[in-house]
Ligand binder design. Sequence first.
Ligand code: FE
Length: 197
Amino acid sequence: MKDNKIMYKISQGMYVLTTKGGGCIVDAVSQISGGDNPLVAVAVMKKNYTNELMKSGDRFALSVIGLNNDPHVIKTFGFQSMRDADKFAQCETTGVDVKIVKDSLGYMLCEKIDAIDNDTHTLFIGRVVDGDIFADGEPMTYAYYQAHKDELLKTKTEQGKTAWVCTICGYVYYGDELPQDYACPICGVDATLFAKR
Ligand code: FE
C-alpha cells in the first residue's frame, strides 16, 4: 500500500461489544440491512477472548460510546481481558444475560445469525431485536478516538504524591517505591509495566 492511513478515512464508531461472560471495544460495526429488525455486522479480533465468547453465545449487544461518556469505559473494555479482570465489576451495567453499559448513548441487542472467519477478525452478523437510547449526544468516531486518545486515556493523579500508574489499565498506586513483586490488582500486570508520575 502506498499509504495505509487511507484506512483511517473509513468512518467508524466506538462501541462496547458485550456477550455472555465478557466484552470488548470494537470500531468495525455496520448496518447491513433495513427493516424493523435490521442486520448489523461487527468484526472482532480473533485473538480477543470476546471472540471465543461470541462464537459460543447466541446474543450480543452493542453499547454506543458518545463524546460525553466517561472514557473509563474505553479503558475498562479496551485494555484488559476478562481472562484476568472482571470488566463488569468496573462499570455500571444493566441487562441480565448480555450486559449493557449504562454510561453510553444507548444499545442494540442482537441475535447472532452468522459468523465468518477472515484473516485477523471474525465477522459476526446479528439481527437487532431490541434497542434503546439512553442519552442524546454525538457518537464518538474512531477517528476522534485516534486523535484524542492520549487525553481520553490519561489518568489523573493526586497532586503532591508519588504515583505509579499502570500503563495497561490506568490503576494508580501511591507510594514512593513500587514493590518489585507488585502486580496490578485490576489487570494483573507486573511492576515493570507501571510508570512513575
Ligand atoms: Fe493494570
